[in-house]
Design a protein around this ligand. Structure first.
Ligand code: ZN
Ligand code: MN
Ligand code: MN
Length: 300
């Protein structure tokens, strides 16, 4: 089957009312990919998903043109915790997340690498790699864990490309590890990509350390805070400190046409997702629009 090029763009969608509801929301807003939490993201415990709910979800996905679906793991998981009990709990929770992804045929699970709290970054990196290996070892399936680039708040690990590369290098399950680049987070962490020259330099650094082939997901967010602020506050596309040029460069970059791009921008209703996607479509060049078969609002 020939792969049809399309604009791979969507948003994080609520699963309120059932997992399949996220797909309905995706269709309503015109997503071609989307992200979900497979359970409440601030609770350890997940109630088992019924076979009926799994089937309903898979059917909704198949009937839609939304592909791939991305899952985001719980915020509570901390593989780098200095407390052994928390690490154990985190590994169990991560295994559960992988199992659910497997049941739902979800190819990517985005994970915050972890916070070392009062240890060194090096110790944090080692614990994360060990935790990932244990969870992956005990979880058959093909779902890839995409480690998210972090803004650098507190003691979080993963705010530099080098830290993510080290976690990967130490792992024995490299085939099931990738990276999710969050534009707001890397900007807050100090990576500038707001104009052509620094944009190219940022990606060549990413390629040298992590490798472009390990990029599985992009979280597309503008930033309320300045470059290097280390504070994670998402903003509507082009309305923040990152601005239009960076997103124009990103969305017209053919290297990333096949990478799912997910909005996590502030919203009250689905209207904001539609608005952000329209802004992005407005940044596409004529050439990109033709290649990705994006219909222009204006009659061609
Ligand atoms: Zn995240
Ligand atoms: Mn993110
Ligand atoms: Mn964030």
């Amino acid at each position: 089957m020939q792969h049809q090029k399309k604009l791979l763009l969507g948003a994080h969608m609520s699963i309120e009312g059932g997992l399949h509801k996220a797909i309905e929301r995706g269709i309503e807003t015109g997503c071609t990919t989307l992200q979900i939490f497979t359970k409440s993201n601030r609770q350890w415990h997940a109630k088992a998903i019924s076979l009926e709910e799994i089937e309903k979800f898979k059917q909704a996905v198949t009937a839609s043109s939304i592909n791939p679906i991305v899952a985001h793991a719980s915020y509570l998981i901390n593989l780098a915790s200095p407390e052994e009990a928390t690490r154990k709990k985190s590994i169990i929770a991560l295994k559960k997340e992988l199992e659910v992804c497997s049941q739902l045929n979800i190819p990517y699970l985005v994970l915050h690498p972890g916070s070392h709290v009062n240890q060194t970054t090096k110790e944090g990196v080692a614990l994360i790699s060990q935790g990932l290996d244990q969870a992956l070892q005990e979880s058959p399936g093909t779902t890839i864990i995409a480690l998210e680039t972090m803004a650098g708040q507190g003691s979080s690990v993963g705010s530099t490309f080098e830290e993510l590369a080290e976690i990967y290098q130490l792992s024995e399950h490299k085939k099931r590890l990738g990276v999710c680049l969050d534009t707001c987070h890397i900007f807050s962490a100090g990576y500038d990509f707001t104009e052509k020259k620094v944009y190219e330099a940022m990606w060549s650094e990413f390629d040298k350390t992590i490798g472009l082939e390990r990029l599985k997901v992009i979280h597309v967010n503008d930033s309320k805070k300045e470059l290097g602020s280390r504070v994670d506050r998402h903003e509507t596309i082009t309305k923040g400190k990152i601005g239009a040029e960076a997103f124009a460069l990103l969305f017209n970059d053919a290297r990333f046409f096949d990478v799912p791009k997910i909005l996590e921008t502030p919203k009250v209703t689905l209207a904001e997702d539609i608005y952000n996607m329209e802004i992005i479509k407005g940044l596409l060049t004529k050439e990109t629009k033709e290649l990705l078969k994006v219909k222009s609002e204006k009659a061609a």
